[in-house]
Write a protein that binds this ligand. Structure first.
Ligand SMILES: NC(=O)c1ccc[n+]([C@@H]2O[C@H](COP(=O)([O-])OP(=O)(O)OC[C@H]3O[C@@H](n4cnc5c(N)ncnc54)[C@H](O)[C@@H]3O)[C@@H](O)[C@H]2O)c1
Length: 355
């Protein structure tokens, strides 16, 4: 029997990974989340019907058991407390979950939020430094078979993403080996850059198999409305007029659907063990005005645009150079922009009908 651990497993990426592992393996998946942002399994399990029920099989203290054979175990609480228990009492994982050694560990517990959080409460986001440090401290002692650390495109130097001067960001634009690191995006980017550094140390000094990824703008049907894609879709479904956009709307991102993200992440874990990172993106930049255009096309109307120039917008253009992943590793996304946005829009319409 294999056991996988998904920290932040009730968040956007984490719950999609948990569902994927449940569907594609017979393994036990242990989810840890404090629900500060994430949603209780009863909500997403019921929505997706992955486990065929919206009731936990049983609950013991802060632990819920879900799915056939209790294969999904949800430990509700702060991941740092979970790690502390595991460090203080070596038999705790075995006594509580029957785990001697985890197979794959996905570390998604983090304070993320959209642009409003990154710029609005940077010291809260900086707590990710503490979560990541405690995570790697535990991981090099527990020695799971493999570790996934999600870095972010926010780790890239912001001076490569300016309006007047931007490039498609390549993995080598962060170069730990030669000490060429730029200024990442706020405390969020710094924590991700530091997390990557810890991942490399864990691999080189403790022989841990670690894979890092730098997802660009992941989006999907069940993403929180604090993120632009589902928020714009919901407003288009409600036929907002005039249509508000943060900043000029000319700022652009590289959008990648969550299903592609997960596929690429698992693919990367089979190929990368030394803590180095790969991009996950489409290689294309799309402005927020273009995203609004796509959604209002779906909704069948063309509203005037109202720019909200006092809102935080972040860097001007953030998009991936996917040459290494496409050509050397041989992975490509399957879900095109319009198809992915259509899925999000259809979900937004369903949500509106439920209200
Ligand atoms: N979504 C993307 O496009 C994207 C892009 C780049 C990187 N990432 C990275 O992927 C990871 C997951 O992102 P997400 O989009 O799913 O974010 P999310 O906010 O939806 O998920 C994070 C989860 O962690 C939980 N959490 C936070 N602090 C915790 C703690 N101390 N203990 C236990 N649980 C805690 C939250 O409740 C939430 O469920 C993050 O590290 C993020 O930086 C995501």
């Amino acid at each position: 029997m294999k056991y996988h651990l998904v920290s932040g497993g009730c968040g956007f990426v984490g719950r999609n990974v948990a569902k994927y592992l449940y569907r594609t393996t017979q393994d036990t998946i242990i989810i840890v989340d404090d629900l500060s942002v994430g949603t209780n399994p009863s909500e997403w399990i019921a929505v997706e019907d992955t486990f065929g029920t919206n009731q936990a099989n049983r609950t013991e203290g802060n632990i819920e058991y879900w799915g056939e054979g209790d294969r999904v175990v949800f430990w509700k609480g702060d991941f740092r407390r979970f790690l502390l228990h595991a460090l203080e009492k070596p038999s705790w994982l075995k006594d509580t979950f029957g785990v001697t050694r985890f197979s794959d560990v996905f570390h998604f517990a983090a304070i993320v939020g959209g642009r409003a959080k990154i710029d609005g409460d940077p010291m809260m986001v900086a707590l990710d430094l503490a979560i990541d440090a405690e995570f790697f401290f535990w991981a090099v002692r527990h020695k799971p078979e493999r570790v996934m650390y999600p870095s972010s495109s926010a780790a890239y130097p912001v001076d490569l993403q300016k309006e007047t001067d931007h490039i498609a960001l390549s993995e080598s634009d962060i170069d730990f080996d030669h000490g060429r690191l730029g200024q990442p995006d706020m405390t969020y980017g710094w924590s991700k850059l530091t997390g990557e550094y810890l991942a490399r140390i864990a691999a080189a000094h403790y022989d841990l198999s670690v894979t890092c990824i730098r997802p660009f703008s992941g989006y999907g049907e069940d993403q929180d409305l604090s993120y632009p894609v589902p928020a714009i879709a919901a407003r288009a479904a409600g036929k907002e007029t005039p249509f508000e956009v943060w900043g000029t709307g000319k700022q652009g991102r590289d959008f990648v659907h969550i299903e592609d993200c997960i596929e690429c992440m698992l693919f990367a874990m089979d190929h990368i063990k030394d803590g180095s990172a790969i991009n996950i993106g489409s290689g294309k930049v799309t402005s927020f005005l273009e995203i609004i255009d796509i959604f209002t096309d779906f909704a069948g109307y063309k509203p005037p645009i109202k720019t909200l120039l006092d809102k935080p917008v972040g860097v001007h253009a953030r998009y991936a150079n996917m040459d290494y992943v496409f050509n050397e590793l041989g992975w490509k996304p399957r879900i095109g922009l319009v198809e992915g946005m259509r899925r999000v829009y259809d979900q937004a319409v369903r949500n509106l009908e439920k209200k």
